[in-house]
Design a protein around this ligand. Sequence first.
Ligand code: ATP
Ligand code: MG
Length: 230
Amino acid sequence: KMLEGSLDINIEHLVFQYEEDSRKILDNLSLTIPQGEKLAVLGRSGSGKSTLASLIRGDLVPTSGSVQLAGVATEQIGDVISEYIGVIQQTPYLFHTTILNNLRIGNEQAEIAEVWEVLQRVGLEQLVKGLPDGLDTMVDEAGLRFSGGERHRMALARILLKDTPIVLLDEPTVGLDPITEQALIDTFFEQLTGKTIIWITHHLQGIEKMQRVVFIEDGQLEMSGTPAEL
Ligand code: ATP
Ligand code: MG
């Protein structure tokens, strides 16, 4: 393993601009996320939440300041970071290959029994069992064989197979109907117990399950507290 010790995320005086001379999307933002914390990140559309997520993942490089995971700058960790941080985005990406291959991305060794167990945990076992080709069913280009909620469950299954200690949820339930959304949130938090969860969200549904809520505005943390305080 490349990283040692506690997998805390340390963000210090983070400034980020997409281009020189352009607006500072994040402007001197500092935040520590201890390993195991369940944190909700709120903020208006365009406030920089997804940008922050990309910086945490090391996909973007700070203009100044730093983002560290276990004391190492995330942009220097490289591809290995995917062993530590799993991401579920608004539109989870499924590849044009079998369901099994889609689930094994990042964990090619996963045993079939393990795959079924995870499908059961995310509530997709019956669906996949009911397909004539089961795990060997081809997922079409856009993953359109699956509904939005099912795609998210697939993404969650992938992360559970990889067993990353940190999970970043970037508005994973946007566009779903309220009942599907609630069911999905319940599954997420039930299955991700013990992991660090960074949950980027627009609204307050499910927020009481988090230990801390931060609010981004004008590139900075405007508020921070427990769900009850907000
Ligand atoms: P939403 O809630 O709508 O997802 P957000 O808080 O995630 O919004 P970001 O996607 O981080 O917001 O975007 C923050 C700002 O950065 C926006 O003004 C956006 O237009 C800008 N931005 C995002 N991506 C890029 C990019 N690749 N190049 C230039 N500007 C960008
Ligand atoms: Mg976003």
